[in-house]
Write a protein that binds this ligand. Sequence first.
Ligand SMILES: *Cc1c(COP(=O)(O)O)cnc(C)c1O
Length: 245
Amino acid sequence: MTHNLDNLHARLVAVRDAIAAAERNHGRTPGAVALLAVSKTQPAQAIRAAAADGQRLFGENYLQEALAKMAELTDLDLEWHFIGPLQSNKTRPVAEHFAWVHGVDRLKLAERLSAQRPAALPPLNVCLQVNISAEDSKSGCRLDELPALARAVAALPGLRLRGLMAIPAPAEGLEQQRLPFHRLRQALEVLNADGMALDTLSMGMSDDLEAAIAEGATLVRVGSAIFGARQAKPENLSRSRRGAE
Ligand SMILES: *Cc1c(COP(=O)(O)O)cnc(C)c1O
């Protein structure tokens, strides 16, 4: 195991400091940006250590792995976010076990999640994933599809549409990194001007969180900067490398 829990505290503090500095430097309200700790491929023990350090929101990409860790951590009050790619035939456990889903990009997925959300639970919080980088054509709805999709998803009783999410193609430098985040923020503003009340921009990861916060992120999804390098799972190697999907 390459996990070094001794450094976890220092890395978590460094990420919190980076978020606070970006809020200050870009005119954001202190505390406006939530930290989602992306714990995919990390052991339950690492999540427990981060939770002991005050971290409550965790993001997972792989369903079986996530369910196993949840079962080990039922004694903790954690909020689980599903951020991975989701196949239509795998929606039920997500609807039953998570508080949020960030990668919804088609109506069929949303309809299934809504129908499968247990009535005893509050509505499932949902972000629509938007494909804002031309290179990243694999997931996310197109900008021109977004208004109709948002209206349809907002009408589903088992869901609460909270906002938008994106995973831009990697870019160098703050100004370059800001461009796709700016487009996502504009898309959110258009929807809100149209009468929606969306409060979440899920954007920014370990390498581009300052740019995302500068453009209005309300939640950053940070993995490696907190937990260190991931151990790639063979079947997920390319996905883990891309830090996406
Ligand atoms: C893995 C992943 C992250 C975290 O990426 P890091 O570069 O490790 O911070 C964020 N969002 C999504 C959707 C991911 O799959």
